[in-house]
Design a protein around this ligand. Structure first.
Ligand code: TUI
Length: 314
């Protein structure tokens, strides 16, 4: 069994963190991932702060294992959620879409393990200096809000630049992806897209079916001109975004088109006019499974591919 530094840091069985997917990652998904031996996360992104507090309390009822909260720093209420995790005794915080530097001291004082998601070497170095316990290094294969570099290029560069453990994210959906991440120097992985189709993931069935049906080339990045590029599954909405881009439309018209688009897909199941965020690995995902099945299968496969390789070294 693959034991990496992430297991020690967080006190978990398998070195895997579930992505803190906005509007998607609730107490049901987070507790199922944690009960299966990974680290589940509740998404604080664009959520009502009181909802986050209640989900933290529910997760505590559903698991005695560690779980965390993801704080999306572009959210208008990020500061409020940053305080709630302290009040509620959350053990782990991950952050996305920005620099969480101003909250680091407060979280460290509360004994919280802090794992910022970064998309560059520079931010990884700053986070290490600020006291981060590890960093999630996310390549642009990932779904949702992304940076510029791929997982393959970014992970080894961050591994060389910092002394804290690096957790690879973006494009990892099976045991081969885990093995590859380990070869790049990662001490754990973060997986989002594969958990979209988890039985315990409470998104609309249309969203799950769309991920299962996705081919390799079905995702696209929209919104580059806004400074917040987002990877989604191609649909009528993504084509409208591309049209705006071609026309050189105003930021306001982007924001107007994007408003409410993620819950439209997640809650209403509108996969044509909603934002169906998913990573490039969606093409590999074939069926709905429990979190336990997903995690066990991924790590069994990682063990197998790594063991198969060793006798081939002369
Ligand atoms: O945060 C994510 N993925 C997300 S957040 C999200 S919700 C959303 N809704 C509307 C618009 C945009 C997002 C959906 N998916 N992943 C973590 C991540 N963080 N990826 C990239 C980054 C990142 C990018 C730039 C982190 C820091 C950064 O620069 C900060 C700086 O100051 O250098």
């Amino acid at each position: 069994m693959l034991k990496l530094k992430l297991c020690e840091i967080l006190g978990i069985k398998f070195p895997i963190i579930q992505g803190g997917m906005a509007w998607i990652a609730d107490s049901s998904l987070a507790s199922a991932v944690s009960n299966a031996g990974g680290l589940g996360l509740i998404a604080g992104a664009n959520a009502d702060a009181e909802w986050v507090r209640q989900e933290i309390r529910k997760a505590k009822e559903m698991t005695d294992k560690p779980f965390g909260v993801n704080i999306m720093l572009l959210s208008s209420n990020a500061e409020e959620i940053a305080r709630i995790v302290c009040e509620e005794g959350v053990k782990v915080v991950t952050t996305g879409a920005g620099n969480p530097g101003k909250y680091m001291d407060m979280w460290k004082k509360h004994g919280i393990k802090v794992i910022p998601v970064v998309a560059s070497v520079a931010l990884a170095i700053r986070m290490e200096r600020a006291g981060a316990d590890a960093v999630v290094v996310e390549g642009c294969e990932a779904g949702g809000h992304i940076g510029e570099l791929t997982t393959m290029t970014l992970v080894p560069q961050v591994v060389d630049a910092v002394n804290i453990p690096v957790i690879a994210a973006g494009g990892i959906g099976d045991g081969r992806g885990i093995a590859a991440a380990v070869m790049l120097g990662a001490e754990g992985v973060q997986v989002g897209t594969r958990f979209l189709v988890a039985k315990e993931c409470n998104i609309h069935q249309n969203y799950k079916d769309r991920v299962i049906k996705a081919k390799d080339i079905d995702t696209v990045v929209t919104g580059r001109v806004t400074g917040h590029p987002v990877r989604v599954i191609k649909n009528k909405l993504s084509r409208q975004f591309q049209l705006l881009e071609k026309e050189g439309a105003s930021l306001e018209s982007y924001n107007e088109l994007g408003r409410g688009a993620l819950p439209k897909a997640v809650k209403d199941g509108d996969i044509e006019f909603g934002s169906v965020m998913a990573g490039q690995i969606a093409g590999l995902i074939k069926k709905e499974q429990s979190c336990f099945e997903i995690i066990s299968e991924m790590f069994d496969e990682a063990d197998t591919v790594i063991k198969t390789l060793i006798p081939r070294i002369e």
